[in-house]
Design a protein around this ligand. Sequence first.
Ligand SMILES: [Fe+2]
Length: 440
Amino acid sequence: MTAQNQQVKSSFQIDSATQNGETIDVLWKDGHKSVYNNLWLMDACRCKQCFQDDTLSVNPGNDPLTMPLSPSSNSVDVEQDGSLKIVWDDPRSDHESIFDSAWLRVHCQSETGRSLARKTWDKTLDMPTFDFNDVVSNDDALFVWLDSIIETGVSIIENAPRNEEAFRELAARVGFLHTRYHPSNVFTLDTTDKIAQKIQHAYKLDRLFYHSDLTAYTDSGVIQLLHCLEYNNSNQEAEGYSIIADGFKLAEVLRKEYPEHYQQLTEEYAPACRRRMVAEEKVLQEGGEALGNVSQNNTIGKYAWESYRLNHVIKLDEWGNPAEVRFNHNTRAPLSMPHDKVKSFYQAYRKFVELLEDQQYTKEFLLKLGQVLICDNGRILHGRTEVGSTLKRKVLGTYVKGESFKSRWRLLLGQKAQMNDFWLTGLSDKALETLANRFV
Ligand SMILES: [Fe+2]
């Protein structure tokens, strides 16, 4: 069941397994002991009666409503290939389960804490840097890149041809482009664009403070890509430089040093809003549907949208670890909380901003021609230094759907794990990552 030619680590090899009333206890060759509930094992069974190996979903016949509530086994054996075989005493029919040992280990019910280990960073970050040609043409290089985004939330691609086609090609390697309330899924930040400066604060030329994008929208957990097409500055000042900070690092510092502020930012809501009345954009021909009011020649549409969302500045995952950071000064809406909570919230908010202003936690750098900056918008706060009168800077931007990025990463991890699809189905990120790294 495991890959033919590679040996798995001892922690994934069963030493012995015994029946113990309502559980089966497994002793692993690394000395760890796992206890599996019989009901859980029966429901997780991947035999043909229980699981459809073509659709990769649970068979209707595998019914928790008709399972014996105290299932017992007639025998439990470790097979030659290392998997665990259970012959059930099941009044409904003859029933055998065979479990891949590595799969069982990552589902150990006595081990808790399934968050992915992230490397938080500060100003000392050695920016993960990759080559455009490698990641667009080679899946191994692609995996290393995507994995580094999971780990640090940020990276740079070098040697990208300076055109939109190449930018789209690169983004497509990460996942599907994220479309919002208007058709443009690739936008241009151009310091000479006077119209945009009147519509969107991020296009204005003064310093753009650290922020997350899309805080007013449900789906802000996207991967952001920014591609420098043009940078021309005659006065040699550090203008239009990128600034970034690791939201998870700030959360870590707050949690440790200012727990009362951490509690505020994880428990209280900070509303965000976006109201945009007229954005004129080319109507997308693909898909055929005009999303707004279309002009007579059917090529330019007027788009308007209105959104409001309650966010935690630091959103926690199921295990109480930071899962997402959403912070944007400019899209703040009035707080929605009792009057006696307002002061302590702003104290926490100020501390968060103070940490952002502390150069210990931030990086400032020039995004050079042909470089693409990639940020996990659910984690990294980004911005830029002021743009002076002589600077000409043109940057392409887009977002990739977070779920699509995660899917791409999980598929590549699955390839590394070298297991049948029916074992790969239904694994947490952490379990999948552990399986991909189970070989000696
Ligand atoms: Fe932004």
